[in-house]
Write a protein that binds this ligand. Structure first.
Ligand SMILES: [Zn+2]
Length: 159
């Protein structure tokens, strides 16, 4: 018997599908990984909305949800959440500097434009940190050897 995957819509054999029981009903997914990824994405979406409310104020204006969804379609809510968590202070300051906005829509557009402009270049802190350490080590190595060489030359010149 074939069942439809709740995640991607593919038809899959019920015997190999990953089954989750939600409110007494069987839901099927291609595999556990797909289900977990969707779950994380949904949780991220809720957190993104809450953080957005913190930054621009609670709203029912659908423009906000539309803008966030547009960004998530390209970058995922999971990445959007990480970006917001790391840039809360900066975004908050930018919004405060632009008060007053002509209306709520202008504020939402301003907020989503900041995200759109920056999220493309955003990398998680862990990755950036690793690169910094590597660069630092290389620079240190070069400095060390050149200093050593110079002092050796100086030493020869002295005698
Ligand atoms: Zn699927």
């Amino acid at each position: 018997m074939l069942v439809k995957c709740k995640g991607c819509g593919n038809k899959i054999d019920r015997d190999i599908a990953y089954k989750v029981i939600i409110k007494g009903k069987n839901k099927y997914y291609c595999n556990k990984q797909e289900y977990e990824a969707i779950k994380i994405e949904k949780e991220s979406k809720n957190k993104v909305i809450n953080l957005s409310f913190e930054l621009i104020g609670k709203t029912t204006n659908t423009a906000l949800f539309k803008e966030l969804q547009e960004i998530a379609n390209i970058h995922t809510y999971t990445k959007l959440l990480k970006y917001l968590e790391e840039n809360m202070v900066k975004i908050d300051a930018a919004i405060c500097n632009n008060i007053p906005f002509v209306n709520e829509y202008a504020k939402i557009r301003y907020y989503s434009t900041i995200i759109k402009n920056e999220i493309g270049d955003f990398k998680e802190k862990v990755e950036i940190h690793d690169t910094e350490i590597n660069d630092f080590e290389i620079i240190e190595e070069i400095k060390y050897s050149s200093t050593k060489k110079k002092s050796f030359d100086d030493l020869i010149n002295e005698y």
